[in-house]
Design a protein around this ligand. Structure first.
Ligand code: ZN
Length: 95
């Protein structure tokens, strides 16, 4: 199961979200305004993906898990009961 572990260390997700002119961006250490994303949930996914890559976490996952994350887009995901979608939705609710 893919665990969005990178999100758990980010207790300040809300403070990283920026909304401007109907678009969403996320503030990261490396990129002041990463985006744009079309909605808040996609922005959180963008943050998750960025942190996975920049922290090296993605490289430490097994190949299938890394691919699942790299190729996952919440707006097009059609997997029933997708664990990553569920965790992102939970992160959005908590942010
Ligand atoms: Zn999904």
């Amino acid at each position: 199961m893919v665990v969005a572990s990178a999100l758990y260390g980010l207790d300040d997700i809300k403070n990283r979200l920026i909304r401007r002119q109907g678009k969403w961006f996320v503030r990261t250490r490396e990129i002041p305004e990463h985006g744009p994303f079309t909605n808040r949930l996609e922005a959180i996914e963008g943050l998750f993906r960025h942190v996975e890559i920049c922290s090296g976490s993605l490289a430490n996952r097994d190949r299938d898990e890394a691919r699942a994350i790299a190729e996952h887009f919440i707006n097009t995901c059609r997997l029933p009961d997708c664990p990553l979608c569920q965790q992102l939705a939970l992160a959005e609710k908590c942010a």
